[in-house]
Design a protein around this ligand. Structure first.
Ligand SMILES: [Zn+2]
Ligand SMILES: [Zn+2]
Length: 289
């Protein structure tokens, strides 16, 4: 794990669905021998597009009830303090500042403002789709009723729309998120079933130097049989590489104790077998290894 930076992490101070404090996450990462962590807390503001259209400035953002946002300046400062503490303790753990932007079309101007205003402070921006209803698709629970083919296809289409709307993101977050919360017998996303959509999505991110995130939280989700989904379909990774893709981030998407760095050794071995010789992260928006 010495060479791996976990590029997707949440802590309970800034993400409503996380239970682990930042300090404990850092201690756990050091115990495991990880090279580094990128904190990427949730930034998903405003369920209601009418409210979202009102004027605001990123500096003024404080969460209202139930909103999955935080004051970005406070967040940056909090991580900076921990970076200082790590340096004082002569820790080799690298700590970076990132954000997971939850895509909704009406939030794109706000997200663009975040990306430009904090370009010297934030290292890595993840673009993620957690919810399809803000842009005219059914809620995930209803979408699943349409069956795997249609649900997964619509999700991949939403990702493409996000990448086109938000070319300023650095990382495509959990491209296989749609496989997490359904009840299908076989949840795994496979290249053979969605070849055309995956090709188009990969071309879009490759053209924009957006990295592909391998999200191990999805891999641990179980099928009804009790078997976990497991490692990413090799055919997906091979195709990404054949299309010219080389930027890969390895990410636990840890929200709770015991999750950081999960499945990293197996994933690293799989990627190396397929000829990916390095993992990437970003520093102030620039690709780094
Ligand atoms: Zn996410
Ligand atoms: Zn996340």
């Amino acid at each position: 794990m010495k060479t791996i930076i976990d590029t997707h992490n949440h802590c309970c101070e800034f993400s409503a669905d996380s239970s682990q404090p930042l300090k404990e996450r850092l201690e756990e990462a050091q115990r495991l021998g990880l090279r580094g962590l990128v904190m990427t807390d949730h930034f998903d503001k405003w369920e209601d597009p009418d409210i979202a259209s009102s004027e605001f400035h990123v500096l003024d953002i404080y969460p209202e009830d139930g909103e999955w946002v935080f004051n970005i300046s406070d967040y940056i400062e909090r991580i900076r303090v921990e970076q200082e503490n790590l340096a004082k303790a002569h820790s080799s753990l690298e700590l970076y500042k990132g954000i997971e932007l939850g895509y909704r079309p009406y939030l794109v101007p706000a997200f663009r403002e975040v990306s430009t205003f904090y370009k010297d402070d934030l290292d890595l921006l993840i673009g993620s789709v957690h919810n399809l209803s803000p842009f005219g698709y059914p809620k995930l629970s209803k979408l699943y009723a349409k069956g795997k083919k249609e649900a997964y296809t619509l999700y991949l289409e939403a990702l493409m729309k996000m990448v086109e709307d938000m070319p300023f993101i650095n990382v495509l977050g959990h491209f296989d998120y749609i496989s997490r919360y359904n009840t299908y017998d076989d949840k795994k996303l496979r290249y053979v079933d969605f070849a055309d959509h995956l090709d188009r999505l990969f071309k879009l991110i490759i053209e924009r130097d957006i990295a592909l995130e391998i999200n191990t939280a999805t891999q641990l989700v179980k099928n009804p049989s009790g078997q976990p989904i497991g490692l990413t379909d090799e055919a997906i990774l091979r195709r990404y590489k054949d299309l010219g893709g080389s930027l890969i981030c390895l990410a636990s998407d840890a929200h709770h104790e015991g999750r950081v760095g999960q499945m990293f050794d197996q994933n690293k071995a799989q990627l190396e077998n397929l000829g990916f010789d390095k993992l990437c992260h970003f520093e102030k928006g620039q690709i780094a290894y």
